[in-house]
Design a protein. Structure first.
Length: 494
């Protein structure tokens, strides 16, 4: 499982993602023996930094965010040797030529066979020019492979995404591109496939005959924090919907792949996206999608400011910080079954959960039950709690005929000794090994955009569709009505 010897280039090395996720992930891989000594990391950013200062940044980041921080001191001197910094103006080709020399000397020092992984933790507007300058500066002429790893947002709509893709494609082939959706790196998202396809309990029932609806909730307690500038332009639909929410939906809805190969799996996922029923009109969007923005509120005795008062947010902003939608996957497996998805900032709980609600049993055939039976539920807890929870009906002990719902709860994150890898560890490791499974392919990205664009267009035309909800609440009431129309309700998250 070792990664082949390679140089990791982290563009945006002084930024937040590098500090919180990437450096700690690299150390975890090293600590677990998934990186041997034949690797190097070159941090690239504009600001000047000495090698020692940069190594100090890396050290601090692992101390703060690393899973194995307590082991760091022992190995630090050896580990730190693998890290170098390059201050670079990304518009200056000469800088790339210097980077090439630096790279070659590191490759010689650590016996690395010319494999290069370029991780762009940068604004997407820069992806095209950085790719181009990598080529012009001779950075792609090494003896090994070249791979490009890019972060979201991948475009703003289908058109801009296609343009961005075209620019990157002038330098990198699709199979060299790794588009990150970090939700696909989460342990429990990956587990969805295993739970479905490895259990006789679930797969035979996984269709419109037995399932009544599926609910995906991705709640966050944070507001926009210091990202107002980006977020006010994007909004929840683009920030979470186009990517994480739809990707989780594909994992729930996809057909079993014929082989466990990246392309076979991604083929099945894109089929789900293509089967999403597009909203036919603005009225259709208004009826099926709810959009909200938080006003001031409170949580845990703390006052929370309104979205419009957040830093770098326009005081009359109509950007949504919440959305919920009712979707249909129009294929043989799912026809007629609603999928409800919702996500928002400043909700009461930080959680990602998938609830699969099964159809109700036909009435009180057996026991003289006064109330209708509760449906069976399968709850997949993705984040931050990880686990699985099944709600079944059982006889109430001591009673004649009363039935009550009981839970079978598997809490993965409660098990001693389980310290789930961070999404970025898994994804970096996969990219370095050349495994595309948990990265989004261009046709997936494009299909997701074309679905989302219809919603965005309708919102643009009807700004009045924005609902408000107090910070710290579960979002607009209209989101409850989405389900009530179908005779369902959101299951409370745990
Ligand atoms: C990011 C979004 O992709 O995901 C953020 O841009 C969001 O707005 C984050 O906060 C949530 O990720 P996680 O892993 O903390 O649930």
């Amino acid at each position: 499982l070792n990664t082949p010897g390679s140089v990791f280039f982290i563009f945006g090395a002084t930024g937040d993602l590098a500090r919180r996720k990437l450096f700690p992930a690299i150390y975890s891989l090293y600590r677990e023996g998934k990186l041997s000594e034949d690797f190097a990391v070159i941090g690239v950013a504009r600001r000047p930094r000495t090698q020692d200062e940069f190594r100090e940044d890396v050290y601090q980041s692992i101390q703060e965010f690393g899973r194995y921080r307590s082991d760091l001191n022992e190995e630090w001197n050896t580990f730190a040797q693998h890290f170098e910094y390059k201050s670079l103006d990304i518009n200056n080709i000469d800088g790339f030529r210097e980077l090439r020399e630096q790279t070659e000397s590191l490759e010689t020092k650590f016996g690395i066979p010319g494999n290069r992984l370029f991780y762009l933790a940068l604004a997407p507007e820069l992806f095209g020019s950085v790719s181009f300058n990598l080529m012009k500066g001779g950075m792609l002429d090494g003896a090994g492979w070249n791979r490009l790893v890019i972060e979201k947002p991948f475009g703003y709509d289908l058109e801009s995404a296609a343009k961005l893709n075209e620019e990157i494609n002038q330098v990198f082939k699709e199979e060299e591109i790794y588009r990150i959706d970090h939700y696909l790196g989460k342990e429990m998202v990956q587990n969805i496939e295993v739970i479905r396809f490895a259990n006789a309990f679930f797969e035979p029932l996984w269709n419109n005959k037995h399932i009544a609806n599926v609910q995906i909730t991705l709640g966050e307690t944070v507001g926009v924090e210091e990202r107002g500038g980006y977020y006010d332009n994007a909004g929840a639909l683009r920030d979470m919907g186009q990517n994480h929410m739809l990707q989780m939906l594909t994992m729930i809805a996809m057909e079993p792949p014929s082989r466990l190969l990246p392309e076979d799996i991604r083929d099945e996922k894109v089929k789900v996206l293509r089967s999403l029923r597009p909203y036919a009109s603005s009225d259709d969007v208004a009826e099926n999608v709810v959009r909200g923005q938080y006003t001031k509120g409170s949580a845990g005795g703390k006052e929370l400011t309104a979205y419009r008062e957040e830093d770098k947010v326009h005081p009359e902003s109509n950007t949504e910080t919440y959305f919920a939608a009712r979707l249909f996957v129009d294929n043989f497996r799912w026809a007629g079954i609603p999928f409800y998805i919702r996500t928002g900032k400043r909700l009461p709980v930080k959680t990602t959960e998938v609830v699969v609600e099964f159809k109700r049993m036909p009435g009180n055939v057996y026991l003289g039950q006064k109330h209708s039976l509760e449906p069976n539920l399968l709850v997949i807890r993705v984040n931050p709690m990880e686990g699985l929870y099944v709600k079944i009906n059982a006889k109430k002990p001591g009673s004649e005929s009363e039935i009550e719902p009981v839970a079978m709860d598997f809490c993965q994150s409660c098990l001693v000794g389980i310290n789930s890898p961070e999404a970025y560890e898994r994804l970096l490791h996969d990219a370095a090994r050349g495994d595309h499974t948990y990265f989004t392919r261009w046709d997936e990205v494009a299909s997701a955009w074309s679905f989302v664009d219809k919603i965005a267009q309708s919102w643009r035309e009807n700004q009045g569709q924005l609902e408000h909800y107090p910070a710290g609440s579960w979002g607009p009431q209209k989101a409850d009505e989405l389900l009530q129309k179908d005779g369902f309700h959101w299951w409370p998250v745990n």
